[in-house]
Structure formats: structure tokens, C-alpha cells
Design a protein around this ligand. Structure first.
Ligand code: 6PG
Length: 484
């Protein structure tokens, strides 16, 4: 590649990492009128982008990191789109050593938010802004309009925000991009987005499995039911994707494709991160957790082989009213999905408190309405709920959603009971119902657990009728209660 040196610092921003996501982001930026510097560790990929897409806008190819950084106008903005982990640290190091105070490094990969916080603090100490930026929408979204979740400083957003907003998806003229909050807030929110994605995919999977096993429907028939559901409350991209997958016929065998795909779900880790973080913050995200564990179970050949042939003592299916059952499953799916989202938003709320982030939940729902994998019609209503009551204790306490859940309850209980009676696993349907019954219970068996803890570990307990901590002298004959 012929590159004039020294390169004039004329590019509005740059993207390093010309994998599909990186090149599509760069193309999206160029198509929207930004002059984009591009760079890759091996320059063949950079050359390929120019050869194939150079006419889509203004690109400045950089053969080396020196060329790339030199081509950026000041304050410089460099987007990194490489594999999360050590590769990101290496590229940050290369960029930072060539940058000046006030420049901005943006990591658009799926980084763990604690890594982002560490990197942000390190670079801030050197006067460089570091923005951990969630990008959702897959390859197509990156090219045509993703949902974008940037963290980092308010100051960096002033320079970066308008460019990102211009390439994001839009709903009614509003960009699906906003400043999420300081340091790792953007990557945190993207992580929770992915956790919710796991739960959403799993509840669709549970509905499919129940319809198939209970009614003996074919994948194509279930696709038709899902297509109907997709016209109402459940209207979402993931439902749309499921219809497409269930309708797909395998060219080799003529069978439904879903029947020839190995039933072992993969994962790159963001669902596990969400679950681990929720455990650290003591926030019950049962839907996301169960969805993550369900993927783990599916891809555990040793356990599945070890349990082959286990007795189920399950009843035979005999559904008399097919349409009523289908409606029950739809309601169970919707209610479980609402619980999973409600829990995900609670996790964001808890992290905002823990890390001092000023996150608007209404804005998060708003920027998820289009572009991202969990885009769905009902997110408009979620936006409305958090706009009306920003400190909603839980999403399902909003009247609109509460009414939906209450309406679903009889169906939901029937579906969870039937799945247990008939031996069909429905971990998110059933754990979401348990969560709902848990949060609405006046008294929980946690009182007994406190008693147990006090018995074997003198961990103390609180009383319902007096201030302070108490402990029973369990070892003594009288077992007197003392103030601890
Ligand atoms: C997105 C997706 C994207 C990717 C997930 C898949 O928002 O565009 O969430 O980030 O599809 O990383 O994750 P798993 O491989 O763990 O399912």
C-alpha cells in the first residue's frame, strides 16, 4: 500500500482492527460522512477494505500504528475493535504511547467492565480519555446502525458522541446511543444487555420445547405460532430470528435444520459475567443465571451421558384444548421475559449505586429499542415506565407491566406445573415464577436460615419487634437470647 509520510492529521477518527465488526463500523462511519482512518495489525486486511469498500466514503489507510495515529486530527479519537483481553491491552499500549493529553481511546469490544475501569483509571492518570463502549447488533448492526453504549467521561462524549449517534440505529429520529455513565458503565450495560439476551433466547427455547413435546408440533408449525406472537406483546428481533431458524430446512437431509444442529449451546462469557457480577452485588438475576446454566447443562457431554436413561416418572402429554395451551405458553413466555428484564434493570441500578454511575434506566431501554439483539417493541413501554418513575423498585411494579404479569399468572402457573408433571425442563419459566412468588411473599423462610446461622455460627439475627442484633446461647440449657 502506498501511503504518503508524514500523513496529514486529517481523519475525524480511526478504527483499528479490521475484522468484520471493525471494518463494518469503519464503513458505517465513512458512509455517514466521517473521514475514517483504518488500521490492522496485518495490513492486507486494511488493503482489502479499501479495495472492496473504498468508494463508500473517505478512508485513510494506515500501514503502521505510527501512520494511523499520525493521520488522526486532534484531539484524536481511535476506536479499537479487537478481541477482548490481552489483545486489547496490547493495542491500548501501542496507541497510548503515541497519543497526547486529551486524546480519546475507545474500546468497542465486549470487554469486562472491571478491565475497562482499570484501563480508564490508568489512562486518565496519563491525561488520555478511555471510553469502554458497548456495541450491539452483530455484523449487520455495525454496518447499518447498531445500538451503542459508551461509558467514559462526559468530556470525551462531547467529541465522540455526535459521531457515534450519527451511525447508530434510530427510532422516530432519536439515536440508539447515549452517554451511559463514567468509566466502565457502558461495558457494564452491554454486559447486562447480553445477559438479558441469554434469558430472552432461553425463554423462547423453553416455549418451543413445550409446544413441541406437548403438542407434537413440527418446527415449521411452531414457527407459524411464533410469527403470530411476534405481532403482539412479544414482537422482537429474537422472536423473528427464531421463526427464521425454525422454518429453515436442512439442504442435506431435508429435515428441519433445528433437528440436525447439535443441542449444545455455546457462550463467549458475557452471560456468566452478568451472573457472577450479580452474585457479587447480591442482585437476584435468576432468569439470566438459569439461562446461563441451561447453556452449561446443554454443553456438558459428561453429565448428559451420565444421566442417559434416568427415570422421569413423567406423565404422558394429553392436551385437550390445544389453543388454550398455546396461549398459556405465550403468557408464561411473556411473564418470564418481563421478570428477566426487570432483574437486569435491577442489576444496572445496583451497579450504578456501587460504582457511582449516573445511569438513566429510561435511556437504556430507549437505546435498546432498535439496533441491538434484544430490540423489541415492549422496550418503548419500558422507556415510558422508567421515565415516569425513574426509581421504580422493579420494572414489574410499573402498573402496565404488573397488570400484564397478573393477567399471565394463571397460565404461567399451569405451564410451570405441567412442565414439572410431564418432565420437561423449563428453568427460566419456573425460576421466574418462583422469583415473583418470592418478592411478593410477606414472610420468607429466610427467618429459619437466620436461626440456623445463629445456631451453628453465632451469626446473630434481627428481631421484627426490637432494634439491634440478637443471639441465642444455644449451647446452654436455658437457651437465653442475648443482645449481641
Ligand atoms: C450483540 C451480541 C454480541 C454477540 C454475543 C453472543 O449484542 O451484538 O450480544 O455481543 O452475539 O457476544 O454471545 P454468546 O456467544 O455468548 O452467545
Amino acid at each position: 500500500m502506498a501511503i504518503a509520510t508524514p500523513t496529514p492529521a486529517s481523519a475525524d477518527l480511526g478504527v483499528t482492527g479490521m475484522g468484520v465488526m471493525g471494518s463494518n463500523l469503519a464503513r458505517n462511519l465513512a458512509r455517514n460522512g466521517h473521514k475514517v482512518a483504518i488500521h490492522n495489525r496485518t495490513s492486507a486486511k486494511t488493503e482489502a477494505v479499501i479495495a472492496e469498500h473504498g468508494s463508500e466514503g473517505e478512508f485513510v489507510p494506515g500501514e503502521t500504528m505510527d501512520d494511523f495515529v499520525a493521520s488522526l486530527s486532534s484531539p484524536r479519537v481511535a476506536i479499537i475493535m479487537v478481541q477482548a483481553g490481552p489483545a486489547t491491552d496490547a493495542v491500548i499500549g501501542e496507541l497510548a504511547s503515541r497519543m497526547d493529553e486529551g486524546d480519546i481511546i475507545v474500546d468497542c469490544g465486549n470487554a469486562l467492565f472491571t478491565d475497562t475501569r482499570r484501563r480508564e483509571a490508568d489512562l486518565r492518570a496519563r491525561g488520555i480519555h478511555f471510553v469502554g463502549c458497548g456495541v450491539s447488533g452483530g455484523e449487520e448492526g455495525a454496518l447499518l446502525g447498531p445500538s451503542i453504549m459508551p461509558g467514559g467521561s462526559v468530556e470525551s462524549y462531547k467529541r465522540l458522541g455526535p459521531m457515534l449517534e450519527s451511525i447508530s440505529a434510530h427510532v422516530d429520529g432519536e439515536p440508539c446511543c447515549t452517554h451511559v455513565g463514567a468509566d466502565g458503565a457502558g461495558h457494564f450495560v452491554k454486559m447486562v444487555h447480553n445477559g438479558i439476551e441469554y434469558a430472552d433466547m432461553q425463554v423462547i427455547g423453553e416455549a418451543y420445547d413445550l409446544l413441541r413435546r406437548a403438542l407434537g408440533l413440527t418446527p415449521a408449525e411452531i414457527a407459524d405460532i411464533f410469527a403470530e406472537w411476534n405481532k403482539g406483546d412479544l414482537d422482537s428481533y429474537l422472536m423473528e430470528v427464531s421463526v427464521e431458524v425454525l422454518r429453515q430446512v436442512d439442504a442435506r437431509t431435508g429435515k428441519p435444520l433445528v433437528d440436525v444442529i447439535v443441542d449444545a449451546a455455546g457462550q463467549k462469557g458475557t452471560g456468566a459475567w452478568t451472573t457472577q457480577t450479580a452474585l457479587d452485588l447480591s442482585v437476584p438475576v435468576t432468569g439470566i443465571g438459569e439461562a446461563t446454566f441451561a447453556r452449561g447443562l446443554s454443553s456438558s457431554p459428561i453429565q448428559r451421558a451420565g444421566a442417559r436413561g434416568f427415570e422421569g416418572h413423567a406423565e404422558e402429554w394429553n392436551i385437550e384444548d390445544r389453543d388454550a395451551f398455546i396461549e398459556d405458553v405465550r403468557q408464561a413466555l411473556y411473564a418470564s421475559k418481563l421478570v428477566a428484564y426487570s432483574q437486569g434493570f435491577n442489576l444496572i441500578q445496583a451497579a450504578a449505586t456501587e460504582y457511582g454511575w449516573d445511569i438513566s434506566l429510561a435511556d437504556m431501554a430507549r437505546i435498546w429499542r432498535a439496533g441491538c439483539i434484544i430490540r423489541a417493541r415492549f422496550l418503548g413501554e419500558v422507556t415510558r415506565a422508567y421515565l415516569t418513575t425513574p426509581d421504580l423498585p422493579l420494572l414489574i411494579a410499573d402498573k402496565y407491566f404488573y397488570d400484564k404479569v397478573v393477567e399471565a399468572l394463571p397460565s404461567w402457573r399451569r405451564v410451570v406445573s405441567l412442565s414439572a408433571l410431564h418432565g420437561v425442563p423449563a428453568p427460566v419459566f419456573s425460576s421466574s415464577l418462583s422469583y415473583y412468588d418470592g418478592v411478593r411473599s410477606e414472610r420468607l423462610p429466610a427467618a429459619l436460615i437466620q436461626g440456623q446461622r445463629d445456631y451453628f455460627g453465632a451469626h446473630t439475627y434481627k428481631r421484627i419487634d426490637a432494634e439491634g442484633s440478637f443471639h441465642v446461647l444455644w449451647g446452654e440449657d436455658e437457651r437465653v437470647e442475648v443482645v449481641s
